[in-house]
Design a protein around this ligand. Structure first.
Ligand SMILES: [Mg+2]
Length: 269
């Protein structure tokens, strides 16, 4: 059982932390955070009303927005049509916007390898119904949301064998998906730290939101941030929200807090 409190029980503190810093960095995961979980990754879309609040936040005084996802950068940008934002894709391996651009050198060497790795995994999983191998620019994700538990276990064992035989890989577990990534010490947390540092935003002036195991790297990597876990389950986050719809309300409060401060003339830009 998680001891993390619901954000409405910490509303006064959240409003203060949203309003007081001269500059604020709001970083959100996409799937399960800004967009409801759907049967296949291709169907995912922003929750109705979310684009409006994000657009408003993107022009709120002193606010930097960032979207941090396991999705490839280009896919993430298509699904979140907010131009004035930073985008961190592929679990921190790709970055664009604000002051960060590009791919870490060690990850760039992976660009041509994903098709071969994906094909090898597909050949070994094609007899398992409900298993879907997704090729990404810098990684390979194997989804088993629609597979039986025995087949899901077989996939995990196969991927673990692959990693055991090659230290250049690491596995990233998510909701009914396991991802094979380059083992170069880069994750959502390290990428968000780098973004905050480049922007000159103190980590205590970061709000980070996410629903999945991969988002825990943000919560543990920025322990002074205001961290929000979406959904049930154990987490290192300070607060939780019940769903993307619940997070939408929190973001509306953050937006209102920044704009209230603007009227007082106490915020930086
Ligand atoms: Mg997610």
């Amino acid at each position: 059982m998680s001891l993390t409190i619901h954000w409405t029980d910490h509303l006064t503190g959240i409003m203060r932390r949203a309003a007081d810093p001269p500059r604020l960095l709001v970083a959100c995961d996409f799937d399960g955070t800004l967009a409801p979980i759907v049967p296949t990754p291709a169907e995912a879309a922003l929750l109705p009303g979310m684009e409006e609040v994000l657009r408003s936040l993107s022009t709120a005084p002193g606010v930097h927005l960032a979207f941090v996802s396991g999705r490839p950068l280009e896919d993430l940008k298509k699904r979140v049509p907010i131009a004035a934002a930073g985008f961190i894709g592929s679990h921190g391996l790709e970055m664009q916007g604000h002051v960060l651009d590009g791919v870490p050198g060690a990850a760039a060497a992976w660009r041509g390898r994903s098709p071969f790795i994906a094909d090898a995994i597909r050949r070994r999983t094609e007899q398992l119904p409900g298993v879907f191998v997704e090729e990404k620019p810098l990684s390979v994700a194997v989804h088993y949301r629609h597979a039986c538990s025995a087949d899901a276990a077989a996939v995990q064992a196969l991927l673990q064998d692959t990693v055991n035989g090659a230290r250049e890989f690491r596995l990233q577990e998510g909701h009914m998906v396991t991802e094979l990534l380059p083992a170069i010490g880069c994750d959502k947390g390290t990428a968000l730290c780098a973004l905050a540092d480049r922007l000159g935003v103190p980590r205590s002036a970061v709000i980070c939101c996410g629903d999945d195991l991969t988002d825990e790297t943000m919560f543990t990597g920025l322990p002074n941030a205001l961290s929000i876990h979406i959904g049930p389950g154990p987490t290192a986050a300070a607060c939780r929200a019940d769903s993307p719809a619940d997070l939408l309300q929190l973001l509306q409060h953050v937006d209102a807090a920044r704009r209230k401060n603007l009227r007082k003339g106490s915020c930086g830009s």
